[in-house]
Each structure stands twice: as structure tokens, then as C-alpha cells.
Design a protein. Structure first.
Length: 232
């Protein structure tokens, strides 16, 4: 598998260990221990995946994550020494596509990066954009774009995967388990909170603030469904 990974980690030994494991799998790797340099490198190189430590010495990792999400749809894997569920949820709400707590297995990190790359390249191009709710929502798989009320909406790769899954069959209820596996390719600890965090972000970005019908509807005790019908 080919791809470029930017590793942003201020611990030199860990940074070089991660680099060696990723390069062993044929991936191109750039590294830095600086949040400011990470933002500059991402803009210049446009990597496929950014592995981002939240505990950086200059620009905090959460600030770096917000800036990356503001301007890019790069795949984002966060690293942190904090293992509480609330910290994991915070990372996901910042736009992370995956999350690892320290200490972690470098091999597991490689597997997660590979899974992210596969998901990003596996979609087949359909004939054209799909419109829902009389044009209120438009999902264009070819251009990898979402428009809501005519406005382009920038989504993270995981948010895109969840919305694209819901849009496959409007009205069908997808469990949180189904959505997290569709978005990530494997089950993830705490997946209910993972999906809830991403759906919260999706609703915010889509302006889904109580206007009826809701774009994403909650089915209590089951999961979520797309509340708009496919335009014919």
C-alpha cells in the first residue's frame, strides 16, 4: 500500500519508532515535533494521513486539529496520553477519524493507518450526485462533495463515511455498530459514543438544528437514519 503519512509527535524516540514501522510497510513518512511546522508541511505536501499527538510543546494539538479540519479533509489519527472516555470523545469532536492512547503498539498504529487508507480509496464512482429532500441535501460521490441548501459543506472523512452510509438507503435505520464499521472498517471500543460524536458534528455542519424533517433522525435505542427522501 502506498501513501504519505505526516507524523506529528514531540517525543523523538517514539516519532522515529513510528516512522520505521510505517516505512517498513512501504509508506512515505514525514515527521515533526512542532504543531506550527505540521500545519506548514500539511499545506505544502498534502499527506494522505496525519498522525497527530495532542500534547505538543508549541501549538496545542487540539488547535492543530481544528485548523486542519477547517482547511482540509486529510485523514486524522490522534495520539494522546489521556485515556478517559471524555478525552476520546473530545478528540473525535475535534474531527479525528481515529484515536490511540499511549502507550500503544506501533503495529496497531500501522494497521489503523492502513485501514484508513483503504477506506479512503475503496469507493467506486457512481453515475452522478444524489439529491434528497427536494435538493436540500446533495451527495456527490464522484467529487466527494456534500451540499446543503446549495452550500458546500466540508466534512471529515469519517463524517463523510457516516453520511454516505445513511444516504445509501434513506429511511433505513442503521445501528451505531453498523455505522462505526462502515466508517472505520472495524469495531472500536466505545463505538456508541464515537458515532454520537460524529453525528453531532454532522448535524452542526449541515445546519440540522430542529428544522423538519431532520436530515439525520435519531431512532431511540436503535441508531440513526436519513430523514430525507431520495429525489426521483
Amino acid at each position: 500500500m502506498r501513501g504519505t503519512v505526516l507524523v506529528v509527535e514531540d517525543e523523538t524516540k517514539l516519532r522515529e519508532l513510528v516512522r520505521s514501522f510505517l516505512e517498513r510497510e512501504g509508506l512515505s513518512v514525514l515527521t515533526t515535533g512542532s504543531g506550527a511546522e505540521a500545519l506548514s508541511l500539511e499545506e505544502k505536501v498534502a499527506p494522505d494521513v496525519v498522525v497527530l499527538d495532542l500534547g505538543l510543546p508549541d501549538v496545542p494539538g487540539n488547535v492543530v486539529a481544528r485548523e486542519l479540519r477547517r482547511r482540509s479533509d486529510v485523514l486524522l489519527l490522534m495520539l494522546t496520553a489521556r485515556a478517559s472516555e471524555e478525552d476520546r470523545v473530545l478528540g473525535l469532536e475535534l474531527g479525528a477519524d481515529d484515536y490511540l492512547t499511549k502507550p500503544f503498539s506501533p503495529r496497531e498504529l500501522v494497521l489503523r493507518v492502513q485501514a484508513m487508507l483503504r477506506r479512503g480509496r475503496s469507493a467506486e464512482d457512481p453515475p452522478g450526485p444524489a439529491s434528497y429532500g427536494g435538493g436540500r441535501l446533495v451527495v456527490d460521490d464522484v467529487r466527494h462533495e456534500v451540499r446543503c441548501d446549495g452550500e458546500l459543506v466540508r466534512l471529515s472523512p469519517t463524517e463523510w463515511s457516516i453520511l454516505e452510509t445513511l444516504a445509501r438507503t434513506p429511511g433505513r435505520v442503521y445501528s451505531r455498530y453498523e455505522l462505526v464499521n462502515s466508517a472505520r472498517g472495524y469495531e472500536w471500543e466505545g463505538y456508541e459514543r464515537v458515532v454520537d460524536s460524529h453525528v453531532k458534528n454532522l448535524r452542526h455542519k449541515l445546519g440540522d438544528d430542529g428544522r423538519e424533517p431532520r436530515i439525520i433522525e435519531t431512532v431511540v435505542g436503535v441508531g440513526y437514519r436519513l430523514g430525507l427522501s431520495l429525489d426521483r
